[in-house]
Design a protein around this ligand. Structure first.
Ligand SMILES: Cc1cc2nc3c(=O)[nH]c(=O)nc-3n(C[C@H](O)[C@H](O)[C@H](O)COP(=O)(O)OP(=O)(O)OC[C@H]3O[C@@H](n4cnc5c(N)ncnc54)[C@H](O)[C@@H]3O)c2cc1C
Length: 247
């Protein structure tokens, strides 16, 4: 029989984790979990709903809790715009920022603005909450140890110049053929891509050198489009110029 836990404190969560003899999973918005469950892909019988833990729904000037829904992300503009590109309005009322970063689907589009904003991430790990730069933990996907739980994201919400474009095949509600985000940051120009390869790709550049940027990313060929087509789309975006104008 499946069991659902709904801890209200981290002490309660710790005692639930200590009492587990079987594998368990964290449940946030539940869109991916429920879909996998219905397809018989989920073996874990113990589910832990994390939304009632302190800080999970926080929205303060510097912190966004891991269970904040994509439709609730409003500032800075680049974060809101990337969030609004994902799925449709109804689904975004259930998809959480933490779920997008931690989920199994390869797109993880929200990771792009978070990396550009040099976000830090809070992780509940071994009974305490630690805070580390997101880029230290994100390499292809978010590296979490068994039992670790993302509790929130921290960044400065100051607006920065950016360019964003989401290319799809069938219409706006589709997985991305290429999501492009370019941002002017203190460390140079950030360029992040989702859908372009099999994982999100990103890098910082000192200068806006189209050839150099283009050659830094590896395009994939799949049933959505060829690598050459993706490369051409990226070239077109890059040739529009560097994101230098204020938002
Ligand atoms: C119809 C649909 C369309 C989508 N389209 C896109 C798209 O275009 N672009 C895109 O980038 N993504 C897209 N997604 C992916 C979506 O953002 C992810 O599936 C995301 O995981 C869903 O968030 P959730 O809160 O429902 O996660 P859940 O289903 O609750 O959890 C997903 C996984 O992440 C783990 N997890 C969740 N939160 C945490 C946490 N705080 N700490 C540790 N682990 C955690 C869970 O254990 C589970 O393994 C789409 C999903 C759906 C259902």
């Amino acid at each position: 029989m499946n069991k659902l836990f709904r801890p209200q404190t981290y002490e309660e969560l710790t005692s639930i984790l200590e009492s587990q003899t079987e594998k368990y999973l964290y449940y946030s918005g539940g869109t991916e979990v429920m879909s996998d469950y219905r397809q018989g892909k989920i073996k874990e019988k113990q589910w832990i709903d994390i939304k009632h833990l302190p800080g999970m729904m926080e929205q303060s000037p510097e912190t966004i809790g891991a269970c904040v829904f994509l439709n609730q992300l409003t500032q800075p503009a680049m974060l809101a715009e990337v969030a609004q590109g994902i799925a449709d309005h109804t689904i975004r009322n259930h998809l959480t920022i933490g779920g997008n970063v931690c989920g199994k689907l390869p797109f993880r589009e929200i990771v792009l603005p978070l990396l550009a904003l040099d976000a830090e991430i809070s992780i509940f790990s071994d009974g305490e909450i630690i805070r580390v730069p997101l880029k230290e933990r994100f390499d292809k996907f978010l590296k979490l140890q068994p039992g670790e739980l993302v509790t929130g994201f921290h960044f400065d919400r100051t607006e920065r110049p950016y360019h964003y474009k989401r290319h799809t095949i069938t219409g706006s509600i589709d997985y991305p053929l290429m999501t492009y985000l370019a941002v002017r940051t203190e460390q140079g120009y950030f360029v992040g891509l989702s859908g372009y390869g099999s994982i999100p790709q990103f890098a910082w550049f000192e200068n806006w050198d189209v050839e150099e940027i283009l050659n830094s990313f590896k395009a994939v060929s799949n049933d959505r489009g060829s690598a050459d087509y993706r490369k051409k789309l990226l070239e077109i975006e890059l040739e529009k110029g560097a994101p230098n104008e204020a938002v």
